[in-house]
Design a binder for this molecule. Sequence first.
Ligand code: PLP
Length: 422
Amino acid sequence: MPVTAAPVQQEHTALGAGFDELRRQDPEIADVILGELHREATGLQLIAAENFTSPAVLAALGSPLANKYAEGYPGARHHGGCELVDVAERIAVDRARALFGAEHANVQPHSGSAAVLAAYAALLRPGDTVLAMGLPYGGHLTHGSPANFSGRWFDFVGYGVDHESGLIDYDQVRLLARTHRPRAIVVGSIAYPRHPDYAHFRAIADEVGAYLVADAAHPIGLIAGGAAPSPVPYADVVCATTHKVLRGPRGGMLLCGAELAERIDRAVFPFTQGGAQMHSVAAKAVAFAEAAAPAFAAYAHRVVVNARALAEALAAEGFVVTTGGTDTHLITADPAPLGVEGRTARGLLSAAGLVVDCCALPYGDERGIRLGTAAVTTQGMGEAEMARIAALFSAALRGEGPKTAARVRDLAGDFPPYPVRK
Ligand SMILES: Cc1ncc(COP(=O)(O)O)c(C=O)c1O
């Protein structure tokens, strides 16, 4: 794919101090980075799992901490010279514990999937039965896909959502739990736009003697900002990503009570991972501090207000919005009434600079679209812009591609994700 590089902006807040050096040494890769910056800034990034990290988070990611090997945990490393990265990890752990009210935090998982793998490793043995949302309803790959370690090593049973309402059917979850007596129940999804009832899941898990694992990869940023209920008081282990609404670096995290702390830590290192990525751990610490500030709580609430406004506006344009709306940053919708199915819609939208995902729908085999408001809210957009975005969606699907692309560029241009330093 040809790369369209933006005009070079040496004072760009998204580009580290070493960027000029990179351009001199490796213009090919520098152009990819500039091209991506241009792509992110000139389209509308509506992938529910994406966001724009702050220049401070990017600075930590691009720092010399990337050089350091640090197997183990602060104070107990397998390498010398870890005194300073130990400080970074302790700060990250303390901030995560304070932010989420958890007794223990492990900030080393390289990704959300690595966090889930470690949670299973801490609690389960190969062959154990696990009850999780089925993949056709919004379960993640790590919730039992046959193509993933989870489906290969454990015996997953899938619960669904009600075909009409799109909501979790708790009676079905309880019935499946009673029938299959799972060792763990997983609550969490890649596409569920409503708050799960964590207390209800806890009660079901207790009834059958199962662990409760909350895979809060999606809502964790809303939880940090007080805009979604927290699974921490209910789940034995909470798995999360740090790069979605939470707006940190790409990575994972685990939260649990003191009694599971040692098992969780050993499940991350040495069981499933080697050396921690200390630049990422430091960047997580930066993001946790940002998320603890009042401005982040306001942001998290605005993300939800925007998602509700966008869901309503999409419904007015003819989309069938799953569950009739959203409680979160995430919307799933069926574009069929506009004459296209999800995959075609994603292509048409993408051609106009409206970047979304496809997703399963609660009924039938056709695909829907999945989108979220984390990134556009970081850019400063509000409800008025959500109405404009919904209108752009239907224009793109009506075949007004080029005209829509120009309007998308205009809208995005008014809300730069990374202001250029004057
Ligand atoms: C529910 C859920 N679990 C796990 C993950 C995996 O995260 P990662 O892509 O960082 O491995 C995701 C990612 O979107 C997710 O939505």
